[in-house]
Design a protein around this ligand. Structure first.
Ligand SMILES: Nc1ccn([C@@H]2O[C@H](COP(=O)(O)OP(=O)(O)OP(=O)(O)O)[C@@H](O)[C@H]2O)c(=O)n1
Ligand SMILES: O=C(CO)[C@H](O)[C@H](O)COP(=O)(O)O
Length: 419
């Protein structure tokens, strides 16, 4: 296979988002349904924006959703996006999206015709750079390429009476998924030549390339997460999958205080059993949000900040400010858990902490940062008598932290839990 570096590819993407989502049956088309606080389409856009060699992203929507889509692009700060009006069917929408690369000037847009165009349904949010690169490089070599998956059910044909006519040998067939990629001229010519029937009833772009541009697409086995949100249950599945991905990395931040370091160490030991990648760092190890993100190559969405005094929010405020000012561009909410150490049997004056956390959480929410509080019983003097008490608290605390990170529930914002 041509292994040309992605940098030398002139690639663009067309994301059809002009459907009405009949099978999902909501009051708005599924691409605009909220998934983890943002429209589903934002998650797909973010997957494309991360890929720097895709220069332009054309989103095709129904005319009645043009303003809504433009508002979404502005509100969530999406980049390299051109929004255009689609057609009655998916093929007609894609065709309209492709035309933009040729009429770019007349729309006042500066986008240029790419060598390779990637087509991807806006309602398939889990697309990684690896498969995008594979289809793009194969399209360059073969003219067309698409991701496929093994069939999960056997395909059968029924007779006019509704009885089995014949069935296909499952192992021989594949489900055609997205992304697909094409040399621009090949797919554009295919759309120009195809029939009205194709445009109205066709469901397969690779077929158009074969039939009308004489191009046999290369089929590439894709990962299992490429499925299309089609039914309501898929929205729940998408949200769970995003949450699962977001909860893989956790950064524990302590100051240089001995007690904070001890609690940080114990939390680290416990949390390793619940969360795949946990790192503990001290305040002196980071100055910018980039320092923090570098720890996990930009994949960290969860932070714990250990404050020594029960009523002291200084370290947490510093962290939240850094995350806000660092303008971490993400559709995903970040979680910050503010930990406060408290002495055993203390019937504390934690109203101050409570008010502080609530205010901080309210402010941080505007920047898509979810702040929660956790009081952990700890005292150096008591530790000698009762080491198991700290372990117990840390163990319970770890379960709560894990739940907060995995569930990411905005209803619990600003609440303080105690162990
Ligand atoms: N006229 C259309 C119809 C569909 N699509 C897009 O094509 C993708 C895949 O289509 P599908 O899952 O069938 O979406 P809907 O047509 O919205 O769903 P349904 O068939 O249930 O109505 C979706 O991103 C959808 O928005 C489009 O751009 N223009
Ligand atoms: O899988 C696909 C291409 O092979 C398309 O996503 C699929 O055809 C969309 O079709 P429909 O609108 O009927 O769901």
């Amino acid at each position: 296979m041509d292994r040309a570096p992605a940098g030398s590819l002139h690639a663009a993407a067309v994301l059809p988002a002009g459907g009405s989502g009949e099978r999902l049956g909501g009051s708005i088309p599924k691409q605009f349904c909220t998934v983890l606080g943002r429209p589903l389409i934002c998650h797909t856009l973010e997957s494309f924006e991360r890929v720097t060699w895709i220069k332009d992203i054309v989103v095709v929507v129904a005319s009645e959703n043009l303003d809504l889509m433009k508002t979404i692009v502005n509100k969530y700060g999406h980049k390299r996006i051109t929004v255009v009006v689609g057609g009655e069917t998916r093929h007609r929408s894609i065709f309209n999206g492709l035309k933009v690369f040729l009429d770019g000037q007349s729309l006042g847009s500066v986008i240029q015709k790419p060598e390779v165009v990637i087509i991807h349904d806006a309602v398939r949010p889990f697309v990684e750079e690896d498969i995008l690169l594979q289809v793009a490089i194969s399209a360059r070599q073969y003219g067309a390429a698409g991701a496929v998956r093994p069939l999960v059910s056997t395909v059968i044909a029924s007779s006019p009476e509704g009885c089995l006519d014949h069935s296909l040998e499952r192992a021989k067939y594949r489900a055609s998924e997205m992304p697909q990629a094409f040399l621009f001229d090949i797919i554009y010519q295919a759309y120009l030549k195809c029939t009205e029937y194709d445009l109205d009833f066709g469901t397969e772009c690779l077929h158009l390339a074969l039939e009308y541009s004489n191009t046999k697409a290369k089929l590439l086995e894709g990962p299992p997460d490429l499925w299309k949100v089609t039914y309501k249950r898929d929205l729940y599945a998408a949200e769970s999958m995003i949450k699962e991905r977001l909860s893989q990395h956790l950064c524990i931040i302590t100051n240089i205080n001995e007690e904070a370091i001890e609690v940080g160490f114990q939390l680290h030991e416990n949390l390793k059993h619940h969360i795949s990648h946990v790192k503990a760092i001290s305040l002196s190890m980071y100055k910018t949000v980039q320092d923090l993100q570098n720890i996990f190559h930009g994949e960290c969405y969860n932070f714990i900040c250990i404050n020594v005094k029960e009523s002291d929010l200084e370290e947490t405020c510093k962290l939240v400010d850094l995350l806000k000012n660092g303008k971490v561009t993400t559709s995903y909410p970040l979680v910050v858990i503010s930990i406060h150490l408290t002495v055993p049997n203390c019937c504390s004056s934690d109203t101050q902490t409570l008010t502080g956390i609530r205010q901080l959480a309210k402010e941080a929410k505007k920047s898509n940062i979810l702040v929660y509080g956790l009081l952990i019983t700890y005292s150096k003097e008591h530790l000698e008598d009762d080491a198991s008490r700290l372990q117990e608290s840390v163990c319970e605390g770890s379960s709560i932290i894990t739940a907060l990170i995995k569930v990411r529930n905005p209803a619990l914002l600003g609440q303080i839990m105690t162990v």
